[in-house]
Design a protein around this ligand. Structure first.
Ligand code: DQA
Length: 138
């Protein structure tokens, strides 16, 4: 059985409540139940943190033996050299995911420190972005 982890960054714990016009009105935990049912042949772990260093620690912890990492580093995508370095330091393939099309938004969201080190990128499809990323790893 493949081991995949979804890692969500800051403010994504508020999905469903936070700017629903951009991020939708579904809570991530409800979505995760659906995703696990749909991809029952994959072991899907989940980690969310609002703290940069915790995200880096989790990447180090799983990044040498997991079959894939789906990473939405949220705002840290656009600011964190350290998370970019962590992604480039590990062995597991990382798929960068965003709910929104960051290129259709403010200029500061056009820069990603993750993209140069990611195996692939899925963005703009809401929660479906996670499902597409998972399909690519399954
Ligand atoms: C996001 C896009 C980021 O620019 C933003 O800071 C987020 C969410 C997305 O999934 O669309 O928090 O990563």
């Amino acid at each position: 059985m493949k081991n995949i982890i979804i890692i969500n960054g800051p403010n994504l714990n508020l999905l469903g409540k936070r700017q629903p016009e951009i991020y939708g009105d579904i809570n991530f935990n409800d979505f995760l139940i659906e995703l696990k049912n749909k991809f029952s042949s994959i072991s899907i772990s989940y980690f969310q943190s609002n703290i940069e260093g915790e995200i880096i620690d989790k990447l180090h912890e799983v990044g040498f033996h997991f079959d894939g990492i789906i990473l939405n580093a949220a705002a840290y995508t656009h600011t964190s050299v350290a998370i970019g370095d962590a992604v480039s330091s590990i062995k597991s393939p990382v798929i960068e995911v965003h709910l929104s099309n960051t290129y259709a938004r403010e200029d500061f969201r056009h820069k990603s420190y993750i993209s140069p080190h990611a195996k692939g990128i899925v963005l703009g499809f809401g929660l479906k972005s996670y499902e597409l990323a998972l399909s690519s790893l399954s």
